[in-house]
Ligand binder design. Structure first.
Ligand code: C2O
Ligand code: CU
Length: 486
């Protein structure tokens, strides 16, 4: 039997505070894991059209406690959108919230006007239609609001969902592929509640942002997945605003890491843990014996390189999801040894190079300014970026529009889990990451895409910069525009 270990009250000053909800006991892990429904769609003139409505709601995450929430097409989180490479899709987003929001398709390659960043606001009662052709490998992407300065709050209130892209290889390689049966989306979020049951939305001075003492999986606290097949695939999204997890099983069992942010790895990587910082995804395949149980946990993550204070989440350990196998399991196909090749960039492929220094809430000494374009990329060019975390606390690095590859970390080739496509990468303190990416298909000199730290407090406070993809020569504006910068 999996021990339900629960560590609370270790993470910062807020936790001795009687105004904060303190769980009296660990959860029982007996609530069936909710599976976000696959979103309905209609096909209209060759376009698959989805509808999302952001609205207020309420949830009872624990009996007797009511929490006001926000959700898409429901009280909390949103349905899973799903489309195939090559398909034209449109999403009609209606905002029924009392505030302006946006919806960003995290990890998606699309025209900037459809990106749903801070420059595509949706006012209360307004509708926004994003449409594009899906053209990237099968992957587990997601969507969430991105209004400048308010992203953390909108995400913490509950606005997030998954976007699964399929391609010609979907259903092959022996990968479990029955949604909700053996192919399970898993949105993992930590939450902190007030004594009255409302979400805490304020990081209360913690450098990395809000760290919660309750872990929700698909919006449930302490849930169980009834496994009916020999192998199960978990598509894990770290949907938290600040916390980095190190996912593992309580019995130390090995599993196969099969995919990262932008798609499948070239081959399954056998491991017993995987670290995910906010916004990152991992697809894993794990096998259970009939009648057995195992607990997906988060071990204290190795935040890297320097000893970090526990207030940054370094010492927390959580049970996340109980997997409970039936006495008789349906046979699963065996997992292929190799998937499609991932063609790796080489340093010599770089047409242009850039450096990015991340410190406090600044990139290269500048905070986000909606009116300043920081970087101009040239269409059809490959870039090599050197990204350094100058701080003694965690950051991560997310780039819109593209998936990138890690060339090296402090000069060392990346570990197996970083050999695939990534759109977000954890930046260990005082390390230097070289990453490569290619800009193609969409030119727009006007509205920018974003580069930012996905620790949402940092993003909101300005650790973000703006780039356009242009036909002209690449350039950089490191001078703040009038009145900007700061
Ligand atoms: Cu997931 Cu710019 O964000
Ligand atoms: Cu950061």
């Amino acid at each position: 039997t999996a021990a339900a270990v629960f560590t609370a009250c270790t993470i910062g000053p807020g936790f001795s505070d009687s105004s904060v909800f303190q769980p009296k006991a660990p959860p029982a892990f007996d609530t069936p894991l909710p599976i976000p429904p696959l979103a309905d769609s209609r096909v209209d003139g060759g376009t698959r059209v989805f509808s999302l409505t952001a609205d207020e709601g309420q949830m009872e995450f624990t009996p007797g406690m009511t929490t006001p929430t926000w959700g898409f097409n429901g009280d909390y989180l949103g349905p899973t959108l799903r489309a195939r490479r090559g398909e034209k899709v449109a999403v009609e987003v209606t905002n029924k919230l009392p505030e302006t929001t946006t919806v960003h398709w995290h990890g998606m390659h699309l025209p900037v006007a459809m990106d749903g960043g801070p420059h595509q606001p949706i006012e209360p009662d307004a509708q926004w239609r994003a449409s594009w052709r899906v053209d990237q490998p099968a992957a587990t992407l997601w969507y969430h609001p991105h209004p400048h300065g308010d992203t953390e709050e909108h995400v913490l209130r509950g606005l997030s969902g998954m976007f699964i892209v399929d391609d010609e290889n979907t259903g092959t390689y022996g990968l479990p592929a029955q949604y909700g049966v053996d192919d399970i989306p898993l949105v993992v979020q930590d939450k902190k509640f007030t004594a009255g049951g409302e979400f805490q939305l304020d990081a209360q001075g913690n450098e990395v942002g809000l760290l919660g003492n309750v872990i929700l999986t698909n919006g449930a606290w302490g849930s169980v997945l009834d496994v009916t097949t020999e192998l199960v695939r978990l598509r894990i999204l770290n949907g938290s605003s600040a916390r980095t997890y190190d996912f593992a099983f309580d019995d130390g069992r090995e599993f196969s890491l099969v995919g990262t942010d932008g798609g499948l790895l070239e081959a399954p990587h056998s491991t017993d843990h995987v670290r995910l910082s906010p916004g990152e995804r991992a697809e894993i395949v794990v096998g259970l014996e009939p009648g057995s149980e195992t607990m997906l946990r988060s071990l204290p993550p190795d935040l890297g390189n320097v000893a970090l204070p526990s207030a940054y989440g370094g010492t927390d350990e959580f049970d996340v999801l109980l997997l409970r196998a039936a006495d008789a399991l349906q046979p699963s196909a065996s997992l292929a040894d190799r998937f499609a090749p991932v063609e790796r960039f080489a340093e010599r492929d770089a047409d242009y190079e850039r450096t990015f220094e991340v410190q406090n809430r600044e990139i290269n000494g500048l905070r986000m300014d909606m009116n300043r374009i920081d970087e101009v990329m040239q269409i059809d060019s490959t870039e090599l970026w050197t990204v350094t975390n100058r701080d003694l606390f965690p950051h991560n690095w997310h780039v819109h529009d593209v998936q990138f590859q890690v060339l090296d970390i402090d000069g060392t080739p990346p570990p197996a889990e970083l050999l695939g496509w990534k759109d977000t990468i954890y930046l260990e303190p005082r390390r230097q990451y070289r990453i490569m990416m290619r800009f193609e298909d969409y030119v727009d000199d006007d509205k920018p895409y974003m580069i930012h730290c996905h620790l949402l407090l940092h993003e909101d406070e300005g650790l973000m910069s703006q780039f356009v993809v242009s036909k002209s020569e690449p350039s950089r504006n490191t001078e703040p525009s009038d009145g900007g910068g700061g």
